[in-house]
Structure formats: C-alpha cells, structure tokens
Design a protein around this ligand. Structure first.
Ligand SMILES: [Zn+2]
Ligand SMILES: [Zn+2]
Length: 131
C-alpha cells in the first residue's frame, strides 16, 4: 500500500513539474513576442518591371508578379534608421540604405507587417494570383 501511495505522489509531482515547464515555455515565448520585433504576418514584394507593390499571406510565397507575370521579384524588408529610428520599407535587398528624412544609414532587419505594407502602398494578392 505504502509503495502505491508513493508512486501516485511521484507521478503527481511529475505532472506538476511538467505543467510548470509548459507554463515557463509559453511565458517565455509570450515575452519574446511582446518584447522583440513584431511577428511577421505577410511577405511583401516589389516588381521592378511594372513597379507593382503587393503582399501575400506569410505562408504564401510569390513566384510571379500578379500584374505582368515577371518572375524576377524583390522581397520587401524593413530597414531601421540609426538616427531617428524610423522603419523604412525597401525592396532593394541592400544591407543598408539611407533614411529619406535624416540621411543617416538604415539597417536591414525584419519582415514587414501588413500595416506597414499597406502604408507603403502594397495591395494584397491571393495565392492563385501569384503562383
Ligand atoms: Zn510586374
Ligand atoms: Zn532617419
């Protein structure tokens, strides 16, 4: 009897440890999401041929321009200005660009959010339009 009680207690302890571990993992992920860069929600593209700015859902990757069918697309990246901290969307793919306002270098960083893409003038395209 005594052995069975101890066994049950041990498995209960294991369950508590497991739950705590899951909470720590979930909490850690939550902290990273809040504190770091915004989670990417979309892929932004620019067509150098017809100058079309568009974006797709994060899980969709454009193979061609929905406007002219060009397959030589540029991905849009967010650059952060080292002086004013402004987020600049640019499809050049260069490691650094110049901030339009203070002419300071801006470094390539994260993928843009939907809000940033629509503000930049991109329009949403569906999977069937870009593949
Ligand atoms: Zn195009
Ligand atoms: Zn700036």
């Amino acid at each position: 009897m005594r052995g069975r009680v101890n066994g049950a207690r041990a498995s209960w302890m294991a369950a508590v440890v497991l739950v705590c571990g899951v909470l720590v993992l979930a909490g850690g992920a939550g902290c990273r999401r809040r504190g770091g860069a915004p989670e990417p929600e979309a892929n932004g593209f620019f067509c150098p041929k017809c100058q079309l700015k568009f974006y797709t859902d994060w899980e969709v990757f454009a193979d061609k321009c929905p406007g002219c069918g060009n397959i030589d697309l540029r991905m849009v990246i967010v650059y952060t200005c080292t002086k004013c901290g402004k987020a600049i969307l640019d499809p050049s793919g260069a490691p650094t660009i110049l901030c339009q306002e203070c002419k300071a270098p801006a470094y390539a960083g994260t993928a843009p959010t939907v809000q940033q893409l629509t503000g930049w003038g991109a329009v949403k395209k569906s999977k069937s339009e870009v593949q």
